[in-house]
Design a protein around this ligand. Structure first.
Ligand code: NCD
Length: 310
């Protein structure tokens, strides 16, 4: 099949292996385009995309906007901080008002899990989920898997560790679903307080020991401690950032103790000195900046393939 099985990208859940292959194939072609001196193709000319960001974002928003512009789409940006949402408008009303201005596709980030699914049932425009609360962040998982495939080839049987704040991470859930679909072995690692109960039901192993996990894995995806999501809790999830960094931070000493190289990833933004030290983030085994570059190509692929379905 040469078209996606879905009309919206609300999550990795619901995608097929064939969908992933189509997205990766298109992203490979678009990556070639964005590395040319003239980085633009007319694929989405006369097509209008609205970026609706009800939660802060720098890199994801910029990455989507660049992807849209490289495809020659018209782009409108909306952020909740200066909108009528503050005046009490409902999500459906806000979006319907924007759609009445003849928008062809919506990219949405929202603090509430399920918000894009809710909207997808109410409007007949395609929606791309750019992160819904602690639920899913599908384009991040796609760009992560694409970056790994470019470095390691087929991911079947590759051991991938996702380390850190799994409880609050939409990146973790989407990554697990995507990597399992591609046949990788996935293990989550972090303090007990930051690993959700029953996560094994997604087919992953759980460990609370970083050094042992590093021995096991070929790839370590180091997730950010999401302090902004932990704020309301009176008893914190761990004693201090320093203690967290000691137990779960990746540093050069830990890597030297392994008798093999491993690939280091991070979705950004990095808390340098917490999840990874600068030395590790900037080392030859880190693919953090490739992830960012591939983000634009992956988002071009998703925008293009969904637009083709309309
Ligand atoms: C992630 C996010 O916003 O979910 N970042 C991103 O999209 N680049 C992860 C994070 O905020 O830690």
């Amino acid at each position: 099949m040469n078209h996606l099985s879905v009309n919206n990208l609300t999550g990795i859940r619901g995608l097929t292996e064939n969908d992933l292959e189509l997205i990766f194939q298109a992203a490979t072609e678009f990556k070639e385009v964005i590395n040319r001196p003239i980085k633009k193709v007319p694929s989405l000319r006369d097509f209008t995309v609205a970026n609706l960001f009800f939660e802060n974002s720098t890199r994801t928003r910029l990455s989507f906007e660049l992807a849209q512009k490289r495809l020659s789409a018209d782009v409108v940006n909306f952020s909740a901080s200066n909108s009528s949402v503050r005046k009490g408008e409902t999500l459906t009303d806000t979006v319907n008002n924007i759609l009445a201005m003849k928008v062809d596709m919506v990219v949405m980030r929202h603090p509430h899990p399920g918000a894009p699914h809710f909207l997808a049932n109410k409007i007949d425009t395609s929606i791309i989920n750019a992160g819904d609360g602690t639920h899913e962040h599908p384009t991040q998982a796609l760009l992560d898997a694409f970056s790994l495939r470019q470095k390691l080839g087929d991911l079947a049987g590759v051991n991938i560790a996702i380390v850190g704040d799994i409880r609050h991470s939409r990146v973790a859930i989407s990554n697990i679903l995507c990597l399992k679909l591609l046949g990788a072995n996935v293990r989550v690692c972090g303090p007990k307080t930051l690993i959700p109960k029953h996560i094994e039901s997604l087919g992953v192993e759980v460990s609370h020991k970083l050094d042992e996990t590093l021995q096991w894995c070929d790839v370590a995806n180091m997730l950010r401690i999401q302090l902004e999501r932990q704020g309301e809790k009176t008893v914190p999830y761990f004693p201090s950032l320093r203690e967290y960094a000691n137990e779960y931070g990746l540093n050069a000493r830990r890597l030297e103790n392994l008798n093999k190289p491993i690939t280091i990833m991070h979705p950004g933004p990095i808390n340098r000195g917490v999840e990874v030290t600068s030395e590790v983030a900037d080392s030859e085994h880190s693919i953090i900046l490739q992830q960012v570059e591939n983000g634009v190509a992956i988002r071009m692929a998703v925008l293009y393939l969904l637009a083709m379905k309309r």
